[in-house]
Ligand binder design. Structure first.
Ligand code: ADP
Ligand code: MG
Length: 619
């Protein structure tokens, strides 16, 4: 084997190697260029692309500009105007700071930078660079105050990387995603993007005072906005602002998750795990929450220099940040109770002249339910028809209403309309519809409750409270239940017997493949199927969905959720009016009762005015 002598690598090669870290694809170039424009204080940024950015990317801004003397330096390695010493590195306020983006890009493309300073009268200058040591000589050019960077033929000199570029469509999609992420964080900047000469996105600037909501709606959709809860929370020197979507607006992909730390977009494991845990109560495991959140904290508390692309950050006090995020989001979700939610649960009824069917729509400008899961809650045609079929005395609304009139509860207002005083938010039960929905009358009109989903939620919260207060009290079974399970599950049960006792399950291993259930939570119904429950609980225990910092806590919640589901009233069980009212009162007193454990809504409101329109009253 022959050894080569050690050499200092030529600067251009160093740049090409560094480019591998910073410049992965066209979108990474756009990210660096946009960040430079924002650091330069631009109020308008135009992006022009050709062939998914692979042929051309041009970013033009009206920022501070660069002087003739500094222009060659901007393309030199580790030249930056943003930090000068290690002290600075401790508290970075700008998006860029490493001084390696432009030389790295220049080393793997044909880069030209043209600029004119805002102040002074030295005219516009242009340079092109190759990422090497040689400082380029600026040439006079024509350009308004601000900077244009043009990047052509990315990776033309690095065939190995060029091969990895995907189709024009794919690269364009990556650029667009990135553009959106950045645009969300800077609503005051007028931003445009065009591709092959066609305008793709045009985002008008929005004044600070308007609270960013228009840009969020532009970029995340009206659907998100209609389901978004605004959030502001501060503690321990940190501030969190933004919007989180109600659990019913969950996604099957984590594609609507925008998180910024001091204005820098970040995709961070700690952040993700805190958010996931905050939603764990109300979201099925396979669903993803949607959010746009801005965290501000002392720049010295966060290291953005953890990775060349600066996507990941390191928080100095990671535990503190985790808890802060979790509590901010968790309590915002918990505040969603029937008391204040009437508006967003309102459903409009529209009668169709032709078919006599009823189409429920969400009020407030939202067209229909956004999630297919939710359609389970929207009135099915059969149920709607039952509502409509007032001549059928044995079922439907009239039957329920006639039962109501004989009931002892103080329903204030039939046949006159309620003034709303003294009626609880979810009102009083009228009856049951097809064994699935509870109908209730409140001040606004008719309330429909998904009986099973609502009960499940109430039980879940009750079990959780008991668990937090120490342990869920156990009721010993008079007749213990033997359950045969796999050997693996039997060992699991043995190993976790103590933890199971804390959730109200008393179990013993009886043999290699037998576990005996000796007690169930006092809070649970006696009719529950102990065998099935134990099997599900062991499945929860065995699942290794490791979530940093929330491992066991999350499993306990899953187990309690499972118990609640097993115990909740099943569809088609007849409830007495008293039982229904008890459930309504329980819902009002339960956190997060607006959604079931799987993020579906548990109830909807049909406003009287909507019913009036249905019957063409007052027209
Ligand atoms: P960094 O952003 O980490 O400082 P870059 O290589 O991205 O490093 O940019 C180098 C320098 O070029 C910046 O520090 C800045 O002074 C200057 N610069 C780059 N882009 C612009 C721009 N659009 N407007 C004004 N100055 C710019
Ligand atoms: Mg930069």
């Amino acid at each position: 084997m022959t050894f080569q002598s050690i050499q200092v690598l030529p600067a251009q090669l160093v740049s090409q190697i560094a480019a591998g870290e910073v410049v992965e694809r066209p979108a990474s170039v756009i990210k660096e260029l946009l960040e430079n424009s924002m650091d330069a204080g631009a109020t308008r940024i135009d992006v022009e692309l050709e062939e998914g950015g692979m042929r051309l990317m041009r970013v033009r801004d009206n920022g501070s500009g660069v002087s003739k003397e500094e222009l060659p330096l901007a393309l030199a390695r580790h030249a930056t105007s943003k930090i000068s010493n290690l002290m600075d590195l401790d508290g970075i306020h700008t998006l860029g700071f490493r001084g390696e983006a432009l030389p790295s890009i220049a080393a793997v493309s044909r880069l030209q930078m043209t600029s004119r300073r805002h102040d002074g009268d030295a005219g516009a200058w242009t340079v092109s660079g190759d990422g090497g040591d040689q400082l380029a000589t600026p040439q006079p050019a024509a350009h308004a105050a601000g900077t244009t960077v043009e990047v052509r033929d990315l990776f033309y000199a690095v065939p190995a990387r060029r091969k990895f570029l995907k189709s024009e469509r794919t690269e364009l999609r990556h650029i667009e995603q990135l553009f959106r992420r950045i645009a969300l964080s800077r609503p005051a900047i007028d931003m445009r993007m065009s591709h092959n000469g066609k305008e793709m996105l045009r985002l008008r600037p929005e004044p600070e005072s308007s609270g960013n909501s228009r840009r969020v709606a532009d970029l995340c959709g009206e659907g998100f906005m209609a389901h978004a809860l605004p959030l502001t929370h501060s503690a321990a020197g940190m501030q969190l602002d933004g919007w989180i979507a109600q659990p019913s607006f969950s996604r099957s992909q984590p594609d609507l998750q925008y998180f910024y730390v001091n204005g820098r977009m970040v995709r961070d494991k700690l952040v993700q795990s805190a958010l996931r845990r905050a939603y764990a109560d109300v979201l099925h495991n396979q669903r993803h929450p949607a959010f746009v959140l801005f965290l501000s904290l002392d720049p010295r508390q966060v290291d953005v220099n953890a990775h060349p692309t600066k996507h990941e950050v390191r928080f100095r006090e990671s535990r503190l940040v985790y808890e802060f995020l979790y509590h901010a989001v968790h309590s915002a979700i918990a505040d969603e109770r029937p008391q204040d939610a009437a508006g967003q649960h309102a459903v409009q009824l529209t009668a169709s002249d032709q078919s006599n069917t009823v189409v429920p729509q969400l009020a407030g400008g939202v067209s229909g339910y956004v999630q297919p899961r939710q359609s389970a809650m929207a009135l099915g045609v059969a149920e709607a028809a039952a509502l409509w079929a007032t001549n059928d005395k044995s079922s439907g609304l009239l039957a329920a209403a006639s039962r109501q009139s004989t009931h002892e509860h103080p329903i204030a207002d039939s046949p006159e309309r309620s003034d709303g005083r003294g009626t609880p938010p979810l009102g009083f039960a009228l009856g049951q519809l097809h064994g699935i929905y509870i109908l209730a009358q409140n001040a606004q009109g008719l309330v429909l409750v998904d009986m099973h989903a609502a009960h499940e939620r109430v039980l879940f919260e009750r079990l959780k409270r008991a668990h937090h207060a120490g342990a869920v009290p156990v009721q010993p079974l008079l007749v213990p239940v033997n359950v045969s399970v796999s050997e693996h599950d039997a060992s699991l049960a043995e190993e976790h017997a103590e933890a199971l006792l804390e959730v109200g399950l008393k179990v013993d291993r009886q043999g290699p493949q037998t576990v005996v259930v000796r007690g169930l939570p006092v809070l649970m119904n006696r009719q529950v199927d102990a065998q099935q429950l134990l099997r599900d609980v062991l499945a929860d225990l065995g699942s290794d969905e490791a979530v940093a910092g929330a491992g066991l806590a999350q499993k306990v919640d899953a187990i309690l959720g499972n118990m609640a589901c097993k115990d909740a009233v099943k569809a088609h069980r007849l409830l007495s009016i008293d039982e229904m009212n008890a459930l309504l009162r329980d819902m009002e007193n339960t956190e997060r009762s607006g959604q079931c454990n799987h993020g579906r809504p548990t109830w909807v409101q049909l406003e009287l005015s909507a019913l009036d329109r249905l019957f063409m009253r007052g027209q």
